[in-house]
Design a protein around this ligand. Sequence first.
Ligand SMILES: Cc1ncc(COP(=O)(O)O)c(C=O)c1O
Length: 407
Amino acid sequence: MKLKLAERMENIKASEIRELLKLTEDPSIISFAGGLPSPELFPIEEISKIASETVLTEGKAALQYSTTEGYHLLREKIAKERIKGGFLKPEASKILITNGSQQALDFTGKLFISPGDIIFCESPTYLGAINAFNAYNPRFIELPMDDEGIIIEEFIAAIKKYPNAKFLYTIPDYQNPSGITLSIERRKEIARLSEFYELPIIEDSPYSELTFEGDMLPSIKSFDEGGYVIQLGSFSKTFCPGFRIGWIFAEDDILQKYILIKQGADLQSGTLDQRIIANYLKDYSLEKHILKLRETYRIRRDVMLDTMDTYFPKTVKYTHSKGGLFTWVELPSHIDTKVLLEEALQYKVAFVPGSSFFPTEKKNNFMRLNYSSMSEEKIRDGIIRLSQIISKYCEAAHTQEKKLIKV
Ligand SMILES: Cc1ncc(COP(=O)(O)O)c(C=O)c1O
């Protein structure tokens, strides 16, 4: 069948890695590939009670269409309880409920990107954002990071080189995939630069509350005096992703544009889901639930990093995330982690090769490992298996290097 598709579909391709990762559905495979919250921590009994009460007591409204902006009590709860600190007092009127923050990424592409437009992002960045933005044919400019996130001098140089860039997309907290956190000084600086250069900042914050060490950091939005920062939030990582409920927090004129886009896309997010979450937030403590997540994920991160410290070859580097779900591994530059994945699957262990997270310059010697969704025992076992393959590849790379030096 020959279909005359839109040009944008040329940018939307099935990835070979996704095909490989389908194999991880085999339960005997220890998969560090996903980015899933731990399902045994979902508050199933509480949700079951709240869901049935919501239908019984509010059914006529809960099963009906509602406003595009979202359920007002949920928007109030988000403004008051989920958005913390800062200059600006978040008000419910600045919140738009979306179907996860993934929908907000798609809307951001629709709102800002015409074909060929420049957008800035971290290098590496979230694969789902690359896919969402790619549908609108942008040109990505990747900004390098160090241990404190985006390097400000590089950001300024990029703004000067590309003064018409549409926005910076950043994940400041425990970044997906690198686990890196943007320092407070740089958050302030990025907010200041956004106002000075009138450059919107898309601050994607699904992990901000999943901190393992100390308090959560103030957002870039909390330093946003110019109103150029658009913050995306989500209940996926702090509650349950199956609800598909997230939000956009932005100043009025920008938010109105997002609302128009949402009207055209799906009219509204599910009324029942929004009310169930709002009632959960009323009757139970999400703070307590998040404390449990933090504690469990911190222990799992420690097991992963300790096992890597013991078994990985010393030439391998990895990040020590202070929260979130991931660590990011750098292997010697000769090693292609896509090739390594094929062998890892035979050892029944999986990860995501790093090349997927670079929108332009495909670097092949990285991998992303997730520690949130598995028992400590499995994490240890999987990392030991992975270390055996990695050691083999590192040795082969080392021998090859020696041969080259001799020649
Ligand atoms: C950085 C980032 N943004 C957005 C999303 C999408 O999350 P949601 O479930 O809220 O759509 C994810 C999911 O993994 C993510 O890591």
